[in-house]
Design a protein around this ligand. Structure first.
Ligand code: SAM
Length: 281
C-alpha cells in the first residue's frame, strides 16, 4: 500500500537539487542529435499547483523554490537562470509562481520528435493525475512498477538513454532494489546516464544505496548532496538531499557547484552543498 504523495513536498529543497541536476544533464545531452530514450521510473503527478491543500499543509516550497524565485533577478549563474526561465514557462501567469512542475514536465520539455519518454507511476491516484497532464506524444505513461518496467525496457533501440530513479523509499528494501535495477540496466546499456535521488535521514539508510553502488563494479559514479541543516540537528525528518549521477556529462560537477553557490545562501545559514566521485573511471 503506497501512502507517499509528492504534493506534500512539491518545490522543496530536494526538488530544487533534483530538477536542477536533471535540467543540466538533459541540456548537455541535447547538444548531440542522436535519439534518447528517457525513463522516469517514479514519475509522480507531473505538475503541482502550490495552492492545493496537500502542498499548503507543509509549505516546503518556502524552504526550496520560493526564495530562489524571489531572488531570480539577482542570480547571475547561467544554469540557474536558464532553469528559472524554464520554470517561468510552466506558470499559467508569467512571473507568478503558482505551480511547481515535477520530473515528467522537466523531461518532456527536453523531448525532441525522435526521442522517447517512458513514465512509470504505481500509485493509482498519482497515475490518474499524471494521465490528466498534457504531454507530447513521445511521452508514454505506464501504470506499474518503475524498476521492473526499467528492467523490461532495456536494451533500448535508441543510441542513448537517460534515466531518473526517484523512489519514495517507503520500504527499506528499495535502496538495494535500486542498486540491482541500476546494475542490470547498465549491463544492457553500458553508456546510459542514470540519476538516482536519495534522502538524507537520521537513520542513514542511504548508505545501503551508496555502498551497494560502490561494491557493484559500476564505474563513473558521481554524487552530490544539498544539506539544509546539520545531521544531528533533528532526530526526525529529512536534513538533506542527494543525487547520484552515473556516467555524468562532462562539466556537470563544475556547473552545479557554481549554481549551488548561489542557491545555498538563499536556503538558510546552515545550508551547504558538497559533491564528489564515489567511483571514478
Ligand atoms: N519524480 C517525481 C518528481 O520529481 O516530480 C517525484 C516522485 S515521488 C518522490 C515518488 C513517486 O513514486 C510517488 O508518486 C509514488 O507514488 C511513486 N512510486 C512508489 N513506488 C513506486 C514503484 N514501485 N513504481 C513506480 N512508482 C512508484
Amino acid at each position: 500500500m503506497l501512502s507517499y504523495q509528492h504534493a506534500y513536498h512539491a518545490g522543496n529543497f530536494a526538488d530544487v537539487q533534483k530538477h536542477l541536476t536533471l535540467f543540466a544533464v538533459a541540456d548537455y545531452l541535447l547538444r548531440k542529435k542522436s535519439a534518447i530514450t528517457y525513463v522516469d521510473s517514479h514519475a509522480g503527478r507531473g505538475l503541482y499547483p502550490l495552492a492545493t491543500k496537500e502542498t499548503q499543509r507543509l509549505q516546503e516550497y518556502r524552504e526550496g523554490i520560493a526564495p530562489l524565485w524571489q531572488a531570480r533577478q539577482q542570480l547571475s549563474d547561467p544554469l540557474l537562470s536558464r532553469w528559472l526561465t524554464a520554470l517561468n514557462s510552466a506558470q499559467p501567469n508569467a512571473d507568478v509562481l503558482s505551480h511547481y512542475p515535477g520530473s515528467p514536465w522537466w523531461l518532456a520539455k527536453a523531448l525532441r520528435d525522435h526521442d522517447q519518454l517512458r513514465l512509470f507511476e504505481l500509485h493509482p491516484g498519482e497515475h490518474e493525475h499524471l494521465s490528466g497532464q498534457t504531454l507530447p506524444k513521445q511521452a508514454r505513461r505506464v501504470y506499474g512498477d518503475g524498476l521492473q518496467g526499467l528492467k523490461q525496457l532495456v536494451p533500448v533501440s535508441s543510441p542513448r538513454m537517460c534515466v531518473l530513479v526517484d523512489p519514495s523509499y517507503e520500504r527499506k528494501a528499495e535502496y538495494q532494489e535500486v542498486v540491482d535495477a541500476v546494475a542490470y540496466t547498465l549491463e544492457k546499456v553500458r553508456h546510459a546516464v542514470l540519476m538516482i535521488w536519495y534522502p538524507l535521514l537520521p537513520a542513514g539508510h542511504h548508505e545501503t544505496l551508496l555502498s551497494g553502488l560502490e561494491a557493484s563494479g559500476i564505474r563513473k559514479i558521481w554524487h552530490s548532496e544539498l544539506l539544509l541543516r546539520a545531521a544531528g540537528e533533528s532526530a526526525h525528518g529529512m536534513y538533506g538531499s542527494g543525487m547520484v549521477v552515473i556516467n555524468p556529462p562532462w562539466g556537470l560537477d563544475e556547473q552545479l557547484a557554481a549554481a549551488m553557490s548561489q542557491v545555498t545562501p538563499l536556503l538558510g545559514s546552515h545550508s551547504h552543498y558538497r559533491a564528489k566521485w564515489l567511483v571514478g573511471e
